[in-house]
Design a protein around this ligand. Sequence first.
Ligand SMILES: Cc1cc2nc3c(=O)[nH]c(=O)nc-3n(C[C@H](O)[C@H](O)[C@H](O)COP(=O)(O)OP(=O)(O)OC[C@H]3O[C@@H](n4cnc5c(N)ncnc54)[C@H](O)[C@@H]3O)c2cc1C
Length: 439
Amino acid sequence: MTTSSKPRLVVIGSGWAGFYLAENIDLNAYSVTVISPRRTSAYTPLLASAAVGLFNFYLAEEPVRSKSRCALRFIKANVLDINFPTKTCRCAPAFDEDPQLAQDEFDVDYDYLVIAPGCQPNTFGTPGVAEHAIFIKNVSDAMKVRKTMFDLLEKASLPNVSAARAKELLHIAIVGGGPTGIELTAELDDLCQDELRHIYPQVAEHVSISIYDVAPHILSAYDNKLHEYATSQLQKRHIDIAPNTRIEKVDGQALYIKDKGRVPYGMLIWATGNKNVALLERIDVKLSEKGLKRILTDDRLRVFNPGKEGGVHDGVFALGDAADIEGASLPTTAEVAVQKAEYLVRNFNELAKSSDGAGTVSAFTQPFKYSQKQLVSYIGAHDGVIAGKGPNSEGWTGRSAWLAWRSGSLMWNRNWRSRVMIALTWILNRVFGKEIARM
Ligand SMILES: Cc1cc2nc3c(=O)[nH]c(=O)nc-3n(C[C@H](O)[C@H](O)[C@H](O)COP(=O)(O)OP(=O)(O)OC[C@H]3O[C@@H](n4cnc5c(N)ncnc54)[C@H](O)[C@@H]3O)c2cc1C
């Protein structure tokens, strides 16, 4: 502990987990520092809608710094390493436009450490993907989707471009048939069926969307009836669904598919899942062995110390996509990340009360318990799928599923002002049409 009366709580990452913690921890009790290369936290479930102009980009993210939480310290840096015995994080400034600055490394000391660096997109080592694909992780990615779409429409509209070339340019290839890939497909298809037909009447008919997945079907987290329904609804709208498809490599113009060969594309979106961030491989923690590598914790989210049989690192916790409770195999979702962050906030705040004599010592006595909400995905044209809860529930589809998804996606945004702005934009879009061409 420092000479200051407050313990130093350092949070690595400003995503769903880190941001929730920073927003809700008692700043009178802890001196909180968030270290992250990003000064905002993205509302990831809103990115697909932002990409197609359903509302302004700034409504799909939240800044870490705010007037109401000015005691919070933010450091724009990457954590390179953690020295658990000395309780120190080694950091490098993170400024893309000034990479030299990364050499000016520094240390940040902690009393408590929360590790939440999330994951990075997994390219499965497919050559060319890192250079040519768009990944959907942040608002800057959603902006890239919108800009690329409009650039392609303008290129296809040039007088010297043939119909055959326009078709190639306007082929949108989406790799990954999970909820992220499908919701983006749904939103892009809605955009093409509505606004783009009027704004680009000469070329909109050439737009086509394909979904590629190595799995035998899309939306595999849903039962057979629901993913078959989603497949047939998307196919009715002429979306090409290619399951059991392996992409061997990509270049700037085409995908190279096993047993099929070269398929030209204009925009390639890669949404195939997660890979661990580099930090996890550098620090002295126990990692899960199967599938995605995640930091293993006990059921109080304390990080195991591999050097101490059954022991944990003192004052160190991990959560979000980068961590899992040993034996639990919880999904990599915002829902899990936020529930774990709520658990930590509750217990840290309780701990602060008990250490100043105001509360009982009940912090971290109860284990974390996950409560799964319903799985909902949008499949376009005001239709959705909702997985049933419990063994006898079949789930449902249709307009009510879409409405549940839309209202649920509004609630992902934690800022009331932004929620009102989004709802207002939806109403204005409905009455006057989207302002996509302006955005
Ligand atoms: C498009 C999309 C839609 C989604 N929709 C849903 C949904 O509808 N429902 C749902 O439950 N989940 C959804 N998810 C999943 C959800 O976004 C993730 O589970 C969630 O972001 C995990 O939170 P996290 O805090 O662990 O990681 P992240 O949100 O990824 O944040 C990690 C943070 O750590 C930072 N960081 C990384 N490395 C370092 C380092 N070395 N040092 C310091 N900082 C570092 C990153 O820059 C980032 O700020 C969606 C994901 C995507 C991409």
